[in-house]
Design a protein around this ligand. Sequence first.
Ligand code: TRP
Length: 385
Amino acid sequence: MAKIILTGDRPTGRLHIGHYVGSLRRRVELQNSGKFDEIYIMIADAQALTDNFDNPEKVRQNIIEVALDYLAAGLDPEKSNLFIQSQVSELTELDFFYQNLVTVQRLQRNPTVKQELALRGFSDNEEENENKPGTPVGFFCYPISQAADITAFKGNVVPVGEDQEPMIEQTREIVRKFNTTYGKDVLVEPEILLPDNASCLRLPGTDGKAKMSKSLGNCIYLSDSAEEVNKKVKGMFTDPTHLQVSDPGHVEGNTVFTYLDAFCKPEHFAKFREAFIGKKSSFEFNSLDEVKAQYQKGGLGDSMVKNFLAAVLNDTLEPMRQRRHYYEQNIPFVYETLKKGTAAARAKAAQTLSEVKAAMKINYFDEGVLEELIKENEQKYPQSK
Ligand code: TRP
């Protein structure tokens, strides 16, 4: 069976380092592994509209930002189809048929939907609460639309962050329901691909809050300058009990160490020893474990660890900044890339849609099918010639 990747992001802002370690870094590795037959990376503008319908301009503006972040991170238009969801109308047709295969109750049980509904504070009782509208139906049903996104491409590998797990599970259920109901193995069950490093599953914000999110103002963006990164790292949440350099410190729940777990590579120690230890210090670390041990014992200051983290982050982000700058200077190329990727995506989705309709026997006018239909109904209504 062909190995096909489908994944994507909502264009509601620039991508940050949480997106990067949660999924983007993996996508680039998979792309460059050469082990995949087709790769589709989707800018999910239609899904973004399900809770931003009143702010389409925000979504529109962020399409280019996400595209630039994708290219900056190393997605290569020669190897991956980057496309815009709303321009593939076949997806909404699939969505429409899948809606019959999912119950309202099942959607209500989807943990991510539950969480997001709570987060957005939609009202259960909008007649009595004028300022708080109820839940948009499109938003409530987005897991079904996401199943359409994945299955349209026969995607069997979906690299996403942990919060998307319930979506993939629900997609698998829809696939099974479709295949058993319509008697054909038309749709393919996808597998989720999560980061293998626990720190990358859900990178906390710079303030230590569970999630990095634009609305919380606790993000480090892939496009942040070195100065911005230095400043944000300096202000990061660490261990509130680590008051003096000599105090023993905690690394669990210490955001600076979580980021180091996610970003630090063995070569960073030799490369940044100086930035890390300062000219006067006698510290000589060769691994993150050694740094952690010293921090826990006491005698290692937050500012030193932060200097090291800033250097590690900037080392990771610098090539991305350079690539982003290059593509910012080549905007027509970026749109051409999206247009080409979207055309490829449409062709693929159209193929799947025609198989879906054939399995459901709603392909009345397909070649050969119409002739059969006429014959069938002529027999039903014997012709008096
Ligand atoms: N829900 C994803 C997000 O919030 C975006 C998305 C839409 C997606 N459709 C998808 C991801 C299909 C993976 C597969 O970022």
